[in-house]
Design a protein around this ligand. Structure first.
Ligand SMILES: NC(=O)c1ccc[n+]([C@@H]2O[C@H](COP(=O)([O-])OP(=O)(O)OC[C@H]3O[C@@H](n4cnc5c(N)ncnc54)[C@H](O)[C@@H]3O)[C@@H](O)[C@H]2O)c1
Length: 437
C-alpha cells in the first residue's frame, strides 16, 4: 500500500460556475434539485452511484465512491454561470425541452433564482447564434470582468471553493497558434485583443488565473494549449477536457475495444445523427461542425491502432455526420453501420440505432467532473487530470503521449487514481493470490 495523499475536507459550499446555461446545464441543475427533493435518482453519475472495490475479491469491500473519497455533498452545491441570452434557468430549461414540465414546475422557484451573468461572446466563433446579452471590451478587459464576476459570486454565495465547467456552444475550428504557445504570449494576445483567443479561452484563463479547476465540455481547444497548461501548473490548478463523451461516441468507445480485443477487423464505420436542439443548430455551421468532427473521428484511430494492426484496421472508412433536424429536439437519433470481418476475412455487419437523450447523458458527467476536479484540487493535484479522460471524447493529455480512448481502461485509471489518493492497493486484476495458497 502506498501512502495516502493529504486531502483537505470538503467543508462549506462548492460553487459550480458554468459558461453556457443551455440544455445540459439546466438539465444538470434541475436534476440536482430533483435528487435533493427525492424526485429522482442520479443515474449515470459514477460519483453518486458507483462502487469501488478495495483489496481482494474475498474481502468484499465495495464502498460507494462518494463514501470512499471526500466529495462535496449535493446539498453544498451552488450553481451560477454565464450565457448570451438572459433567460433564468427555469425559462432556459423550458426552452431546452429536455425535462417534463411536470417536474420543472415542482422545481420552479429554485430554477428561477439562477440567472446567468452576461457572457463573453463573439459571433466569429459561433456563427449560428445571435445572443444579445454579453460583455463589451477587448479580451484583456473581458478576462478582468470575468474575474470580477467570479469573486463576486464566491462572496455573495458564501462559497469556500469553486469549479468551472464549460458547457457553452461549440466554437469554430481553430488550430494552435503562436499566441497559445506560452503564458507570456497569451497574456500579450489578450492585451492586443488577438483573434486567435476565443471566448472559451478567456473563461478558462479567468478560472485558472483564480486557481479554479476548469473542465471543457466542448471540442474547442480552450485549455488544451501550452499557455493555459503552464498557468495551471503555476497556479496549482487542475484542468481537464475535452468534449463530453455521450451518445454515439460513448458507444464507439464501448464497441471498438471489444472488436479489437477479439481481433475482429473493421472495413468501415459510418455514423450519422439527427439532432434538433440549439447544439444541433450551432453544429449546422460547418466551422463549428469541423471542431466536433475532428473530436469524433480521432476516437477510432487511437483505439484500433492501425499502425500496429494494419491488416485489421489499416483501411477503415470512418465517416461521421450530424444533421440539424428541429423536430427531434434534444432527443438525438444516431445510426451506425459497421462493416466487420472475421475468420478468413468473412464479412459481417453490425447496425446500431441509438435513440438517446443528449443532455440526460451529459448532465451526470458535468456533476462528476465538478466533484472530482474539486477533489483533485483539495488533494493537491494540478495540471492536466488525465484520470478524468473517462468523461471525454478527446481527452487532453500531456504532450508526447496519445490519449487513451477505451472506456474500460479509462474507468480502471479513474478508480485506481482514487485508490492511489487514499493509499489503497491498485487493482491490476492479476489475481494470482487466489490460486497460490
Ligand atoms: N449534450 C451532449 O451530449 C454533448 C456532448 C459533448 C459535448 N457537448 C457540448 O456541450 C455544449 C453544450 O451543449 P448543450 O446541448 O447544452 O447546448 P445548448 O446550445 O443548449 O447550450 C449552450 C449554451 O451556451 C450559450 N453560449 C454560447 N456561447 C456562449 C458564450 N461564449 N458564453 C456564454 N454562453 C454561451 C448558448 O446561448 C446556449 O444557451 C456544446 O458545445 C456541445 O457541443 C454536448
Amino acid at each position: 500500500m502506498s501512502k495516502a495523499l493529504t486531502i483537505e475536507k470538503a467543508k462549506g459550499k462548492l460553487g459550480i460556475l458554468i459558461p453556457g446555461m443551455g440544455a445540459i446545464t439546466t438539465t444538470l441543475i434541475a436534476g440536482v434539485l430533483a435528487v435533493k427533493k427525492n424526485l429522482g435518482k442520479p443515474f449515470g453519475s459514477v460519483s453518486q452511484m458507483q462502487r469501488i472495490r478495495l483489496g481482494k475479491r474475498t474481502e468484499k469491500k465495495t464502498p460507494l465512491i462518494k463514501n470512499f473519497v471526500p466529495l462535496a455533498e449535493l446539498n453544498d452545491l451552488v450553481f451560477g454561470g454565464w450565457d448570451i441570452f438572459p433567460d433564468d434557468c427555469y425559462a432556459a430549461a423550458k426552452k431546452a425541452e429536455v425535462l417534463d414540465m411536470n417536474l420543472l414546475e415542482k422545481l420552479k422557484p429554485g430554477l428561477k433564482r439562477i440567472k446567468p451573468l452576461k457572457g463573453v461572446f463573439h459571433r466569429d466563433y459561433v456563427r449560428n447564434l445571435d445572443g444579445n446579452y454579453f460583455k463589451w471590451g477587448n479580451r484583456w478587459k473581458m478576462a478582468e470582468k470575468l474575474i470580477e464576476d467570479i469573486r463576486k459570486f464566491k462572496k455573495e454565495n458564501n462559497c469556500q471553493r469553486l469549479v468551472m465547467i464549460w458547457c457553452a456552444s461549440t466554437e469554430a475550428y481553430m488550430k494552435q497558434h503562436k499566441t497559445h504557445s506560452s503564458l507570456k504570449n497569451f497574456e500579450n494576445g489578450l492585451k492586443k485583443d488577438s483573434r486567435s483567443i476565443s471566448p472559451s479561452m478567456i473563461y478558462a484563463y479567468a478560472a485558472i488565473k483564480e486557481g479554479i479547476p476548469f473542465a471543457n465540455g466542448s471540442p474547442n481547444l480552450t485549455c488544451d494549449i501550452p499557455a493555459l497548461v503552464e498557468l495551471a501548473k503555476i497556479n496549482k490548478t487542475p484542468i481537464a477536457g475535452k468534449d463530453f463523451k455521450t451518445g454515439q461516441t460513448l458507444l464507439k468507445t464501448i464497441i471498438a475495444p471489444g472488436l479489437k480485443a477479439r481481433m475482429l477487423g473493421l472495413q468501415g464505420w459510418f455514423s450519422t445523427n439527427i439532432l434538433g436542439n440549439r447544439d444541433g443548430k450551432v453544429l449546422d455551421d460547418l466551422r463549428s461542425f469541423k471542431t466536433k468532427e475532428k473530436s469524433k473521428l480521432s476516437v477510432l484511430e487511437h483505439i484500433l491502432q492501425p499502425n500496429l494492426y494494419p491488416e485489421l484496421y489499416g483501411k477503415v472508412y470512418h465517416q461521421v455526420k450530424i444533421n440539424y433536424y428541429p423536430p427531434s429536439g434534444d432527443n438525438k437519433e444516431a445510426w451506425d453501420n459497421l462493416n466487420v470481418f472475421g475468420w478468413l476475412g468473412y464479412p459481417m455487419q453490425l447496425k446500431i440505432n441509438f435513440l438517446c437523450r443528449d443532455s440526460i447523458l451529459a448532465a451526470p458527467i458535468v456533476l462528476d467532473l465538478a466533484l472530482f476536479l474539486d477533489l483533485a484540487k483539495r488533494a493537491g493535484l494540478y495540471g492536466i487530470q488525465e484520470w478524468l479522460s473517462f468523461y471525454f471524447k478527446s481527452p487532453q493529455v500531456t504532450s508526447g503521449i496519445y490519449p487513451e480512448h477505451d472506456l474500460f481502461i479509462q474507468l480502471t485509471k479513474l478508480k485506481n487514481t482514487l485508490r492511489w489518493m487514499k493509499g489503497q492497493d491498485l487493482i491490476t486484476h492479476l489475481g494470482r493470490e487466489y490460486y497460490e495458497t
